[in-house]
Design a protein around this ligand. Structure first.
Ligand code: ADP
Length: 507
């Protein structure tokens, strides 16, 4: 790091692509590098990534971002990492090679492991310790699946030859030297999504590791979200630059929205939707289907907690309209198609493609398009798809209100689908709340940059970051209450139609 290091670089290792973004002190984007990686779908319900392809992509996008800003590593004060959460990589410590494809958060192959563990103590047997229900969503069942199904994996893991990490850990380990001394660590936010971390002590739980049959030697060290973990290795374009911030993507977006305190919230509209509501330094257990998660921990400071409403399918439903139905050719076209009709024509689309996540947690649900008549056309289907994003958000916001006892005054939003005005107006309408989008849309990467910049003195404190937040656009609710109630009631009925679909012999 040199004296003229004027920027922070954030690496955003996402579900569909990896990006590197250079930020200046005001939080403005200076340059972006981006590369998609393959979604490997070997069979229904399975979703994989090639972790080596991801690492190569990360190296490439770092190069793109530096060259597009016309700078070298000397201009980078520190690096922050944010990442798709839960996605599980297991690799050989000696060769640095993954032993199999990464199992992605959306993958539901581990339902059998969930059922096996739930037979003794139910789906909530680890909730008090971890804040999470047993679900295919979190890393623990995915690690167990690899140990049980990849030949020789269990023996190698027990001999201490294998390492586990979510993609933050995979990127950090490689960036800091890989087989030559790479740092094997994660931050508390990512660790809190494994189903293996004690939320209060911030340590791995030996009893839960035993229940899943996971050797502790595979696990990364749990560190805070904002501290120097190590420096980039000698073969990296970033060599000697400190890596100083890690936050899982949703926690990073919350941090990037400057929602640091209890009662502050954000909702991200990406592949899925993720509402996060801060609860301060106390974890709050949800009685309404939300997850309890760690929001951030700065260095030696106390951990901050949050409630989270995770919705599996939102923006990916728009991709499905594009790729599987072919009624649009680009995601953005969903808006004009939806505007070709006046309303949903009575159609409701519940995209329970991998069951329903929050607040229902029903793996037995499958998608349904209901309310169909001869009248319904592709415009109505596009409309119903967009509306499903807003209705699902209304459900998790209601759950958060019930858990915290306070209703938000407005909803801060971000993510790829927030370019859609029709969606956000409808969102304000079904919530009866203003919806606000910040000027800088890149909140996820910005959050990771903030964590790295705080650890290295680039930014001084949270107040300086709060001052960086600026409102971009606002949508006020305009719908009559009776209409809102009618729509929400129909949605609730549509959800009921999706439940109890999967039987032993009907997947
Ligand atoms: P992620 O970080 O999860 O990969 P992004 O925040 O980049 O996702 O958002 C991409 C998602 O947003 C895609 O699923 C895409 O279908 C959806 N999307 C993009 N533009 C629009 C739009 N104008 N209207 C609705 N959805 C959109």
């Amino acid at each position: 790091m040199s004296d003229d290091a004027r920027y922070i670089l954030a690496i955003d290792q996402g579900t569909t692509s990896s990006r590197a973004i250079v930020f200046d002190r005001s939080g403005a984007v200076v340059s972006v590098g981006q590369k998609e990686h393959r979604q490997i779908l070997p069979r229904a319900g399975w979703v994989e990534h090639d972790a080596s392809e991801i690492w190569n992509g990360v190296r490439e996008v770092v190069g793109q971002a530096l060259s597009r800003a016309d700078i070298t590593r000397h201009s980078i004060h520190a690096v922050g990492i944010t990442n798709q959460r839960e996605t599980t990589v297991v690799w050989d410590a000696k060769t640095g090679r993954p032993i199999t494809n990464a199992i992605v958060w959306q993958d539901t192959r581990t339902q059998g492991i969930v059922e096996r563990l739930a037979a003794d103590g139910g789906l909530d047997r680890f909730r008090e310790a971890t804040g999470l229900p047993l679900s295919t969503y979190f890393s623990a069942t995915k690690i167990a699946w690899i140990l049980e199904n990849v030949e020789g994996a269990r023996e190698r893991a027990e001999r201490g030859e294998l390492l586990f990490g979510t993609t933050d850990t995979w990127v950090l380990w490689n960036l800091t030297g890989g087989v030559r001394g790479g740092v094997h660590a994660t931050d508390v936010t990512n660790a809190s999504r494994t189903l293996l971390l004690d939320l209060r002590t911030l340590e791995w739980r030996p009893d839960i590791l035993d229940a899943f049959g996971i050797p502790a030697s595979m696990l990364p060290e749990v560190r805070s979200s904002s501290e120097v973990y190590g420096t980039a290795g000698p073969s990296s374009l970033l060599r000697e630059t400190p890596i100083a911030g890690i936050l899982g993507d949703q926690q990073a977006a919350t941090f990037g929205q400057a929602a640091f305190d209890a009662g502050e919230a954000k909702n991200t509209y990406g592949t899925g939707n993720f509402l996060i509501v801060g609860t301060g330094t106390e974890p709050v257990m949800s009685g309404n289907g939300l997850l309890t998660t760690i929001a951030y921990k700065l260095g030696d400071g106390e951990p901050h907690y949050a409630l989270e409403g995770s919705i599996a399918v939102t923006g990916s439903l728009v991709q499905w309209l594009r790729d599987n139905l072919g009624i649009i050719s680009k995601a953005e076209e969903v808006e004009s198609l939806a505007l070709s009709v006046d309303d949903n024509g009575g159609a409701y689309f519940v995209p329970a493609f991998s069951g329903l996540f929050a607040p229902h947690w029903r793996p037995d649900a499958r998608g349904a398009l209901v309310g169909l008549t001869r009248f319904v056309n592709k415009g109505h289907i596009a409309r119903a798809a967009l509306e499903s994003i807003a209705f699902q958000t209304r459900e998790v916001l209601d759950a958060a209100t019930a858990d915290t006892g306070t209703r938000l005054e407005e909803l801060k939003v971000d993510g790829g689908a927030t370019g859609n005005d029709t969606l956000l107006q409808f969102q304000a309408d079904v919530l009866g709340l203003p919806v606000v989008r910040p000027e800088v849309g890149e909140t996820t990467a910005l959050g990771a940059a903030y964590a790295a910049g705080l650890a290295t003195g680039f930014w001084s404190d949270l107040d300086e970051l709060r001052a960086n937040w600026r409102e971009g656009k606002r949508w006020e609710p305009t719908m009559e209450a009776a209409e809102r109630d009618r729509l929400n009631r129909s949605w609730d009925k549509a959800v009921l139609r999706t439940l109890d679909w999967v039987d032993e012999d009907v997947k």
